[in-house]
Design a binder for this molecule. Structure first.
Ligand code: MF3
Ligand code: CO
Length: 257
């Protein structure tokens, strides 16, 4: 069941996703060698609550934290811990908020200090794949048009696409229909209509596409332990095309200072 959102509801989703953007910017300002992933979680939770929202991930299916913090070969759903970030790590930070009846959900992969050009290219390509998919998020297209655009971008760059986890509709619940895979065929899948809001979230691996689900019940890592990148934002489909509700520019501005 796909719920179409009114303009007012889309604005509430925008408020949430802008708060997620600001939270990711605040987390990004604190990312440095020596900082533990638990400290990042505390910063995010405090920031979210001080802005009148609650962390959407905390307690979700029993999840124990406000952020998912996934380092290097961890793809997604890394649980914040006493691990201290090291120069050269890449860290996906996934964040959710709930306020005014709606959810925000976005993720950004940060570099810790200097990273190799090879890993930087993985990050750049994953973000580009997200943008290529987003261009397809318009009425009359199908979910498969988004999926195929993401997959083409990642695979022509020599990377592989994680299959086990997918993007999703976003609304009063964090995970609504439709599923938005990062692989697929053009012209297939559910028809996109104005009023749909989806999260597009490519998870792209430098090596093989296969992943392993860790015994902690949450963490997903690459089978070959090569690095993975993950970017996610929320997009409203409007009659004028995609309207991105998350603002990566506030994150990228924060990183410049
Ligand atoms: N942000 C993730 C997603 O897009 C959800 C995190 S799962 C949680 O699906 F349990 F941590 F909330
Ligand atoms: Co999501």
């Amino acid at each position: 069941m796909i719920y179409l959102k009114s303009e007012e509801e889309i604005e509430l989703l925008r408020e949430n996703n802008l708060l997620v953007s600001a939270t990711l910017a605040e987390v990004g300002r604190h990312i440095a060698p020596g900082v533990t992933t638990k400290e990042l979680d505390r910063i995010a939770e405090e920031f979210i609550r001080s802005h009148g929202a609650v962390p959407a991930f905390l307690g979700y299916n029993g999840y124990p934290a406000s952020l998912c913090v996934s380092v290097n070969e961890q793809v997604v759903h890394g649980i914040p811990s006493d691990y201290a970030l090291r120069e050269g790590d890449v860290v996906s930070v996934d964040c959710g908020t709930f306020m005014k009846g709606f959810v925000g959900d976005s993720a950004y992969t940060f570099a810790v200090g200097e990273i190799t050009p090879e890993v930087q290219r993985l990050l750049d390509t994953t973000k580009e794949a997200l943008y290529k998919g987003t261009e397809q998020a318009r009425p009359g297209n199908r979910v498969g048009d988004i999926s195929a655009a993401v997959q083409y971008c990642a695979e022509t760059a020599g990377y592989s696409v994680v299959r086990e986890l997918v993007g999703h509709g976003l609304g009063r619940k964090m995970h609504e229909d439709p599923e938005v895979p990062n692989y697929g065929a053009r012209g297939r899948g559910p028809l996109l209509k104005a009023g749909m809001v989806i999260c597009i979230e490519p998870m792209i691996n430098m090596g093989v596409k296969q992943v392993v689900f860790e015994r902690d019940g949450w963490t997903v890592r690459t089978r070959d332990r090569k690095p993975s990148a993950h970017y996610e934002f929320a997009v409203a489909i409007t009659k004028n095309g995609p309207d991105v509700l998350t603002d990566f520019s506030v994150i990228e501005q924060a990183l410049k200072k």
